[in-house]
Write a protein that binds this ligand. Structure first.
Ligand SMILES: [Fe+2]
Length: 172
C-alpha cells in the first residue's frame, strides 16, 4: 500500500511533473503579485508530497538552505528567479552555480541540495515548489572562507494540514 511507503516518496512521485502541472495555473493566484515581501500558499498536501506557490516581489529572496531529506522540484510560472546552488565535494572544494530561471524553467534536486533563490528582476515572480516526502526540516547555511556551505541553524517543520494555507514555515 502506498501509505506504508511514504518515506520513499521522492522516488515514487514525479515531483517535477506535479510542479509543472501546478505552474500552468499558478499565475491565477493574483494574491501572489504586488507583495511587499515573499509569501506562499499551500496548493496540496498528501502523504507523498506537498506543493506550494510562492510569490516573489522584486528583491524577494531566501538565504542559502536545504530541504532536509526531502527531494524537490521548482518551476517558475511568472517572472525570472535567480538560483545559486552550492556544492562541496569530498575533498572540500566548493562550486557555486548560478542560473536564471524563466517561465517554464525548472530545477529538480535530491535531498540535502543547498541553494538560495532571489528575484533580482523588476517585476513580480511566481514559482511552484513540490517536495516529497513532505518537508520535515530545513537547514540554513553561510559560506565559510573557502566558499563551502556551513550550517548555521536547522528548523523543524510542523506538518501543515490540508486546510492550513497559512503555513508558518518558509517552504522555498
Ligand atoms: Fe529551496
Amino acid at each position: 500500500m502506498l501509505h506504508d511507503q511514504a518515506p520513499r516518496a521522492g522516488r515514487q512521485v514525479d515531483l517535477l511533473a506535479i510542479a509543472e502541472g501546478f505552474a500552468v495555473s499558478a499565475g491565477g493566484i493574483t494574491g501572489l503579485r504586488g507583495l511587499d515581501e515573499r509569501a506562499w500558499i499551500l496548493l496540496a498536501a498528501t502523504d507523498l508530497f506537498e506543493a506550494w506557490a510562492i510569490g516573489w516581489p522584486p528583491g524577494g529572496r531566501i538565504d542559502l538552505h536545504d530541504h532536509g531529506p526531502s527531494h524537490g522540484a521548482l518551476v517558475v510560472a511568472e517572472g525570472v528567479l535567480t538560483e545559486v546552488a552550492v556544492e562541496a565535494d569530498r575533498r572540500g572544494a566548493a562550486t557555486r552555480t548560478a542560473r536564471y530561471l524563466r517561465p517554464g524553467d525548472h530545477r529538480q534536486f535530491g535531498s540535502h541540495y543547498v541553494h538560495d533563490v532571489n528575484n533580482d528582476g523588476e517585476v513580480d515572480a511566481i514559482s511552484v515548489h513540490v517536495y516529497g516526502p513532505r518537508l520535515t526540516t530545513m537547514t540554513y547555511y553561510e559560506l565559510d572562507r573557502g566558499g563551502r556551505p556551513e550550517a548555521v541553524r536547522t528548523e523543524e517543520i510542523e506538518p501543515v494540514g490540508p486546510f492550513d494555507t497559512t503555513g508558518a514555515h518558509d517552504p522555498a
